[in-house]
Design a protein around this ligand. Sequence first.
Ligand code: ADP
Length: 420
Amino acid sequence: MSLLLGCIADDFTGATDLANNLVRAGMRAVQTIGVPAAGASIDADAVVVALKSRTAPVSEAVAQSLDAARWLLTQGAQQIYFKVCSTFDSTPQGNIGPVAEALLAELGADVAIVTPAFPENGRTVFKGHLFVGDQLLSDSPMRQHPLTPMTDANLVRVLQAQCRRERVGLVEQRTVARGAAAVRQRLMALRDGGTALAIADAISDDDLRALATATRDSRLVVAGSGLAIGIPALHGLSPSAQAAALPPPRGARAIVSGSCSATTNAQVAAFLHRGGAAFAVDPLRLAAGDDVAAEALAWAAAAGRLGASPVLVYATADADAVREVQSRLGAARAGALVEAALAQIALGLVAAGVGQLVVAGGETSGACVQALGITQLRIGPQIDPGVPWCHAEKPGVHVALKSGNFGGADFFTRAFAALA
Ligand code: ADP
């Protein structure tokens, strides 16, 4: 079966976010970790290839993205959706511009829209300027991001500075508001004037739908996850439980938490408050060489503990405790020790019969997915915005990968109810 849509995401949680939006709008979606093997084929309407290319050197990001595009084309994808961050996270060198230019050339496309807008999540673009809630991107906390500080909200200027060959233009909101035909006309005019990349304004879901409709036949679109809400309908699909259908859940329930965000701290506290069974991982004991992972697994395996009531294994700690640990071990070493231990614990829990696993923390999720040997995730029903249940055929588990800031306070208990 041919893919309707092929997607390339420049990071892991961004890929999940996009796949989640596609599923909610009625597409069956699978997320792959990296580019699948040449002969592999996947039964889905959309495949999202998750790369780790956002801050990679430009040449690596371009090469990985082209590999992904070529694989998606072999699966019959008519359109390539290059998923970027909704805050347009990039470095002065790229990689949004260089990857977009390379994809245009690879696909033989002459013009593509670029829009990180996602009004539902407070990301709007007006006159080419990106707003985060009520603030310009450049006034938002993004200006202090450790890897990709965004100090200019004018996306035409930001993208143009990253491009080597192509000119960057703008499709203004007053055009988008007139509908898909007006957008198409504007894109043709830009193309005829020698402009190949067009930042597209969008301040509402209607704007995103008009952009999706206008670019229905475009070989390439570059967007945050927002544009995806308008695409399934163009293929005659509508929201359905079927799109989010996963195999029936099985096995015991567990949570592994390595996020130290305020949100995750509150979720751990709520779980403990309700009397949930929990094991705390102490980074200082890991550094001293104690086999804390084995202890945690022995604790979990103790009579009757693994089953329908979830167990929680956590390194989650508040900011003061984390600072204290980091001052003794260094931030990088502390992080690596905890990630390795939690990944080993996730693997041990699955071996002990856990079939429904929630992981809290972006880096922690990456470490656990890798330890479990997961290469593909079928995307299922959403638990909370941006966090769906997924199913990994190998090794046969349901997983929910929660990035730190996501989810309500009762996420750890509600998640399992959402799957049942
Ligand atoms: P988030 O999505 O909230 O950013 P991540 O898993 O990406 O969560 O990052 C949290 C990092 O903090 C990981 O590297 C993890 O190993 C580390 N960590 C977890 N618990 C502790 C702790 N108690 N002390 C120090 N570092 C910790």
